[in-house]
Write a protein that binds this ligand. Structure first.
Ligand code: 13P
Length: 253
């Protein structure tokens, strides 16, 4: 079975102490997880080492960075390179979040560079895609997302693509309390998988976890994750609340 993943994206929230306490409490809850169920905490850069040591003895838990730079190293003040993440033992990195695309003008081409550097370090990219409301209202979400995938991922070899995790996050559902319906999520996830099949073949596409993100909560997670091509969630606001995030973990297939 494909890996089913509950990924917490803390974004720019929580102090170090609050983050450490939240991780402690979630781990102490000892939520039963099968071998194919995985939990990833995407925490702010200064908390990565702490978070990694919290999960060090846990086989179902990992830590992700929320971003990385698209160049290998050099004079890029304030940026963090994939090689630096590797050097502190980080295994996953979110890239292309809509907030980075919107507020930091990240382009599909830059994301392709990030993916190459991450894969070169053996770090699995969690690649975010998703359409704004205007595109959804115009009914052109499928081709919009397909372009995001094509411009950032289609240069990869199938054995590289196998390392990807995709997160479909419709921008109109992020932080708005308005989720895509379970049908809308499944429909887009099936489309993404079909695009991946066409490019990388059935076996690779069937092995890639595709997460849904956008106002996932304890109360709606099970219904959304029920979709055949929905392999868990990338969770913002609800990942900051212990009970909510545990309920989301419990909703994994
Ligand atoms: P919310 O869960 O707060 O809508 O955020 C979703 C998201 O952007 C996760 O990356």
């Amino acid at each position: 079975m494909r890996k089913q993943i509950a990924a917490a994206n803390w974004k720019m929230n929580l102090t170090y102490q609050q983050g450490e306490k939240l991780l402690d409490e979630i781990l102490k809850a000892k939520t039963p997880l099968d071998f194919h169920q995985h939990v990833i905490f995407a925490v702010p850069f200064p908390y990565l080492i702490m978070a990694n040591s919290e999960v060090a003895n846990e086989s179902n838990y990992s830590v992700a960075a929320q971003n990385c730079h698209h160049k290998k190293s050099g004079a890029f003040t304030g940026e963090v390179a994939p090689e630096m993440l590797y050097s502190i033992g980080i295994k996953y990195c979110i890239i292309g979040h809509s907030e980075r695309r919107e507020y930091f003008n990240e382009t599909n081409a830059q994301l392709a560079e990030k993916i190459d550097l991450l894969l070169g370090q053996g770090i699995q990219p969690i690649f975010c895609c998703g359409e704004p409301l205007s595109i959804r209202e115009a009914g052109s979400q499928n081709s919009y997302v397909e372009t995001q995938l094509a411009e950032s991922l289609f240069h990869l070899q199938p054995e590289q693509a196998e390392k990807l995790i995709i997160a479909y996050e419709p921008i109109w559902a992020i932080g708005t309390g308005k989720t895509a319906s379970a049908e809308q999520a499944q429909e887009m996830h099936a489309h993404i998988r079909a695009v991946l099949k066409e490019k990388f073949g059935n076996d690779i596409a069937d092995s890639i976890s595709i997460l849904y993100g956008g106002s996932v909560k304890g109360a709606n997670a099970r219904e959304i994750f029920n979709g055949e091509d929905v392999d868990g969630g990338l969770v913002g606001g609800a990942s900051l609340v212990k009970e909510e995030f545990i309920a989301i973990m419990e909703a994994l297939k």
